[in-house]
Design a binder for this molecule. Structure first.
Ligand SMILES: Cc1cc2nc3c(=O)[nH]c(=O)nc-3n(C[C@H](O)[C@H](O)[C@H](O)COP(=O)(O)O)c2cc1C
Length: 191
């Protein structure tokens, strides 16, 4: 599927997509940390930086992380050399009040992470399909943190290692038209 862009934008945004054909080739800790460094510099409400990462990049932690994934994600993500869980702190550290924006901010951090990975020739694939309670117990995540996603990070491998069904889905997804995202109608209802 060919994506069409209406404007010239950052190459990393144009090139990033969510493949499933991971190669099992390891990624150095340094490279993982560099990708997380990009996430660290995301903006956040009151500079709270609510995002937290649990890195699984060696057999024992990878196995634990894999076990939390849904079977349909395990099918392809078990090959990824790195799985990163993203959690987000629900309250402001300063005053203990609820932080309405924490998920928004953690999402920005994931966006930065994915683009820096793309710039470095790595692929990323976010997963909502996993057992949050299992992950909370296994990785001792306190109740004050929402467990949002698990990200697979690695190099692109061989598409033909995927099942036929997944091979059919192994392409960048298109997007709705930009004009459909602009809610001008609502702004003019009182005119
Ligand atoms: C929060 C989040 C959860 C997702 N969960 C899954 C998942 O559980 N399994 C999966 O195969 N893809 C998952 N995806 C990938 C999306 O389906 C994908 O990003 C979307 O279809 C757009 O395609 P693209 O990333 O290739 O542009 C998830 C993406 C996000 C951002």
């Amino acid at each position: 599927m060919l994506r069409k862009f209406n404007f010239e934008i950052m190459p990393e945004i144009k090139e990033r997509w969510s493949p499933r054909a991971f190669d099992s080739q390891a990624i150095s800790r340094d490279e993982i940390m560099a990708v997380l460094e990009a996430a660290r510099f995301a903006p956040s409400c009151f500079n709270e930086q609510p995002w937290r990462f649990i890195i699984a990049d060696e057999e024992e932690s990878l196995q634990k992380m894999r076990e939390a994934l849904t079977p349909s994600n395990q099918e392809w993500a078990n090959k990824a050399p790195v799985l990163i869980l993203i959690a987000s702190k629900k309250t402001f550290t300063l005053n203990g009040k609820g932080n309405f924006w924490h998920m928004f901010d953690a999402g920005t951090a994931w966006g930065y992470l994915s683009l820096e990975a793309q710039r470095r020739g790595l692929i990323t694939h976010a997963m909502g399909g996993f057992n949050r309670e299992k992950a909370r117990v296994e990785f001792h995540i306190p109740e004050d943190y929402d467990i949002i996603t698990v990200i697979a990070v690695g190099h692109y491998g061989q598409k033909d290692c995927l099942s036929g069904e997944l091979q059919d889905r192994e392409h960048p997804e298109d997007r709705v038209e930009l004009r459909e995202l602009i809610m001008d109608e609502g702004l003019h209802t009182n005119e």
